[in-house]
Design a protein around this ligand. Structure first.
Ligand SMILES: Nc1ncnc2c1ncn2[C@@H]1O[C@H](COP(=O)(O)OP(=O)(O)OP(=O)(O)O)[C@@H](O)[C@H]1O
Ligand SMILES: [Mg+2]
Length: 125
């Protein structure tokens, strides 16, 4: 049985670790991320079925699945003084999905290096 699902950087889900029971019910206000949880699990299942490329294409491409918010969240944002806003990424773009169960676990990291660092690596290589 799958005991835990973890999602990092998928759409509005910046960091989520979900302990699971035999029956799981997800509730929440509109826009709180229920569909994002479902879609991330769908993507994880598609990875296991060797269908990740088509699945990502249906999502609008890998880039559109990444958490679009800031890489670090300022205290004033946490306190609600300033809204959460997307910023240019400074580090690697990455979406991590995984689960752990009684007998085995699995995780995948989908992404690519920062475009500028990738260019530098090519010019040095
Ligand atoms: N790439 C992204 N990065 C950050 N936030 C995103 C991204 N893509 C979508 N969102 C936001 O994620 C939020 C959660 O949406 P989601 O559809 O999962 O909520 P929901 O709980 O299913 O809402 P509803 O009850 O209306 O169906 C939305 O506010 C949406 O704007
Ligand atoms: Mg929904």
């Amino acid at each position: 049985m799958i005991r835990t699902v973890a999602i990092h950087g998928y759409r509005s889900l910046r960091e989520l670790v979900l302990p699971l029971g035999q029956l799981n019910i997800i509730t929440g206000a509109n826009g709180s991320g229920k569909s994002s949880v479902y879609r991330s699990l769908r993507l994880l299942a598609d990875v296991a079925q060797n269908a990740v490329v088509a699945s990502l294409a249906r999502e609008g491409g890998l880039s559109s699945t990444f958490w679009a918010g800031p890489e670090t969240i300022a205290r004033s944002v946490k306190q609600g003084v300033h809204p959460v806003e997307g910023l240019a990424k400074r580090s690697t773009a990455s979406l991590k999905l995984g689960f752990g169960g009684d007998d085995y676990g699995y995780s995948i990291d989908l992404g690519y290096p920062h475009p500028r660092r990738r260019c530098l690596a090519w010019t040095r290589g």
